[in-house]
Design a protein around this ligand. Structure first.
Ligand code: BGC
Length: 797
């Protein structure tokens, strides 16, 4: 019988100490600030309090006169006002003409850059490079602040497992661990040293919570998520953001198990305030307070206001249910003045922490130029580090000399689209497209440009003949395909995630010519590109790479940069496989490695002839490309994996050591990934969980020793009653995910299965777990091999 042990008191103390260290001062309330806030609150009228807890949209919704009047009356926040002059003018009115002299906080969707546009967040997550992500956020913050924005509605931390959902573009993908690191890095980048830092802007962890679980990938849709899933899958990135000091959180549009997120006591109070100890303020998503009426949860805007404020939504975005109804709700005692004061307090605290009381005005001369050289270099670096090499037949890439290329495809020269979704303040005239970067690098005489298609969606094929002629005249076809920016992002979900329009037909025609094709995809989501990848010699997945996409891709194609990115999300073969994600549960009947497919089932076969396991007859069980996958131009060989012990106690740290040799031709960076699997637990655990990774640069011919530390906290999870535990007596398998080092044309996992135990394993048990492990080994090509070997304390499969 399995024994359950909640983490010992000692561990709890350790964990809470380390959490405290991570947290910025937001958790440790500053009594001086709290006293100042109390003084302000004691002076404020109800009207001023209600203005303070409201956010209005800029000049799009109000004319200049109306806006100034709102500011005089003490409006708390304005969104989408991006103009240094207007900022100073309105802030001056707030500081000099409003009675309470409380500065305004100006919010904006600064999602992946401000004027210098970085790759979309999903692309940045593919870099697995937290330093780069933090730098990107810092640059975005500096540029945004220089234009009068002091609050970014980012990072978006919704775990996204459905490529149909347009907002997957804004996410860090499907993994709670990777997304948590991205959350912390982004918050740090935006917020810097807060009030002591003129480049800081407040971060907003959004959308709380489970918005990414939208049924069918349709935006805003219903989510049904168990508490266990909520805590183990959807919550970790928010926890990381709060621990990194995120000043604000946005409540989401969706309902969760019947209760809208913007009126949800359980998620906002119990989880966010009580468990995560969040002390910043919660802003509703746009109109999500009054949308509770449409959800069928509130009868009218009065009830919506009551539900939202009582659930802990401190600031109402865009709608005005608070300003219209709270006075009457106070009169009927459906809302207490204490809740209003608490909301005001949370908002004022953030304004103090951001330094707005001390330095309300913007001094534009204090800021570096937008799009300066350093920022553009960083954006190029980010685009390089985010681009995933998905295929490279016979080391077709990189090119090492200059020759004639045919540049084809709708994204080759699409300066607006390469910026991707939510690039409000980016300007297409600042984008360097692949076409212009190629002309610059190869000389115009070596570039034959014939896009073939006017845009990514069109079915009009009149450009085909020119494109085919260009291909005939060139040595290599560079096909830049994908999706326009507006095919992903909010409210832009798709039911078919193939390359849209006539792109597949064009690729098929080009393929018939026999010219080698390199497929470069720019998109806001994983696309089902299996057939097109088959026709290409090499595939680079650049997501929407931002302002510097063109130069970054030229560097990658010609080997001035070596790809290192790994997928932060699983690529399905077909839409029908969705949801498909690496950290799924095993089921009672997992499919074998190569399950029988449709084409080979014999006519008249018996009902049970396939063995009754979990997969699709037409697409099998494996994705097109799995989470964590990405090739390099060099080869990495992993060997000599050892554990410092075959047991781990509650307070132990176990070290996993492995050696990696760069056996290829290029100095390059590898992302070494450590996964575990808890074989039997009181609530079923995923078949694989990323627990750590190291991004390491290895010179050709060099061998590096890599160490991972495993602690019992790393093995902990939440059970169905919301307790965090480590279970005793459970075997955990752990392994590294390796791209095949020695054969670039192939991809397979070598799985190192290690019994990692709170108790020792007998040889019998080791063999049993080795066997189990082979059941979830994913093979990508028929040449994937399993090599059983047993040594003192590990098994290589
Ligand atoms: C989006 C948010 C965004 C807000 C303000 C909403 O439609 O869901 O992510 O921050 O608008 O623009």
């Amino acid at each position: 019988m399995k024994q359950l042990f909640t983490i010992s008191v000692f561990i709890m103390v350790l964990i809470s100490c380390s959490n405290k260290q991570e947290q910025t001062s937001i958790a440790n309330l500053d009594s001086k600030i709290e006293n100042k806030i109390s003084d302000l609150i004691s002076e404020m009228t109800l009207e001023e309090k209600l203005a303070q807890i409201s956010q209005v949209n800029s000049s799009y919704s109000y004319n200049a006169g109306e806006m100034k009047e709102l500011v005089r009356k003490g409006i708390g926040s304005i969104l989408n006002e991006v103009d240094p002059k207007a900022y100073n003018e309105l802030q001056k009115i707030a500081m000099e003409e409003s009675r309470m002299k409380i500065p305004i906080i100006f919010g904006r969707d600064v999602i992946h850059g401000f004027r210098t546009i970085f790759p979309i967040p999903l692309g940045q997550a593919a870099s697995w490079d937290m330093e780069m992500i933090e730098t990107g956020a810092r640059i975005a913050a500096t540029e945004a602040r220089s234009q009068g924005v002091n609050w970014a509605f980012a990072p978006m931390l919704d775990i996204a497992r459905d490529a149909r959902w347009g907002r997957i573009a804004e996410s860090a993908g499907e993994d709670p661990y990777l997304a948590s690191l991205v959350a912390a890095a982004t918050v740090k980048g935006f917020q810097g040293k807060l009030k002591d830092d003129k480049n800081s802007i407040a971060a907003c962890a959004k959308h709380f919570i489970a918005y990414g679980a939208a049924e069918g990938g349709r935006d805003y849709n219903t989510t049904i998520v168990s508490d266990e899933q909520l805590r183990n899958t959807y919550l970790p990135p928010f926890r990381a953001a709060v621990n990194a000091g995120a000043l604000t959180v946005m409540s989401a549009f969706n309902e969760i198990n019947g209760i809208p997120a913007s009126g949800n006591n359980f998620t906002l109070k119990q989880i966010l305030r009580n468990e995560l100890k969040f002390n910043g303020f919660v802003v509703s998503d746009w109109g999500s307070v009054t949308e509770m009426i449409t959800h069928g949860y509130a009868a009218d805007d009065r009830e919506a206001a009551k539900i939202a404020i009582n659930a802990g939504v401190d600031m109402e975005m865009a709608s005005d249910a608070y300003r219209k109804n709270i006075q009457s709700l106070l009169e009927t005692e459906e809302v207490t003045i204490e809740s209003i004061d608490q909301a005001v307090r949370n908002i004022l605290r953030v304004k103090f922490m951001l330094g707005l009381f001390d330095n309300p005005y913007l001094i534009p001369q204090e800021y570096p130029e937008l799009l300066n050289k350093e920022f553009l270099e960083a954006a190029k670096d980010a685009a390089i580090k985010s681009t995933v090499l998905l295929k490279n037949d016979a080391q077709f890439l990189p090119f090492n000399n200059k020759f004639k290329v045919a540049v084809i495809g709708p994204l080759a020269d699409a300066p607006h689209d390469q910026m991707g979704t939510w690039a409000f303040d980016g300007k297409k005239e600042n984008s360097i497209t692949p076409l212009s970067a190629l002309r610059e690098y190869l000389g115009a005489e070596n570039v034959i440009y014939a896009p073939g298609l006017k845009n990514s969606r069109t079915s009009i094929e009149e450009g085909f003949p020119d494109a085919l002629n260009a291909a005939v005249a060139a040595n290599v076809v560079l096909f830049f395909g994908g999706e326009e920016a507006m095919l992903s992002g909010e409210a832009h979900s798709r039911g078919n995630i193939d390359l849209p329009g006539a792109q597949n037909r064009l690729i098929a025609e080009l393929f018939k010519l026999g010219k080698p094709i390199v497929l470069v995809v720019m998109a806001g989501r994983p696309l089902t590109i299996g057939n097109q990848a088959d026709m290409a010699k090499a595939v680079l997945y650049a997501w929407h790479p931002g302002t510097m996409g063109g130069p970054a891709l030229v560097d990658l194609l010609w080997g001035k940069a070596i790809p290192s990115a790994k997928l932060p999300v699983t690529f399905p073969k077909a839409v029908g496989q969705i949801p498909i994600y690496y950290n799924h549960k095993n089921t009672g009947r997992p499919a074998p490695d190569n399950p029988t497919t449709l084409d080979v089932i014999e006519e008249g076969a018996l009902q049970t002839s396939l063995g009754n396991t979990s997969y699709l007859l037409d697409y099998g069980k494996d994705p097109l490309y799995p989470f964590g996958f990405g090739l390099s131009y060099t080869n990495f060989e992993y060997k000599n994996m050892v554990l410092t012990s075959s047991e781990i106690g509650m307070t132990d740290t176990l070290t996993v050591i492995t050696e990696i040799t760069n056996t290829g031709m290029y100095d390059a960076t590898e992302i070494v990934q450590l996964y575990i699997r808890d074989i039997a637990a009181s609530v079923t655990r995923p078949v694989k969980e990323l627990k750590d990774f190291k991004k390491v640069f290895i010179k050709k011919g060099e061998t590096l020793k890599i160490e991972f530390k495993i602690t019992s906290d790393l093995l902990s999870f939440y059970n169905i009653v919301g307790e965090k535990l480590v279970e005793k007596g459970i075997c955990v398998l752990c392994w590294l995910l390796c791209m095949n080092g020695s054969r670039l044309r192939t991809v397979f996992f070598i799985i190192y299965a290690i019994g990692l135990f709170i108790r020792s394993l007998s040889l019998f048990e080791i063999c049993k777990y080795a066997f189990l492990n082979s059941l979830f080994c994913i093979n990508f090509t028929s040449i994937s091999l399993l090599f059983p070997a047993i040594s003192a304390n590990f098994i290589i499969l």
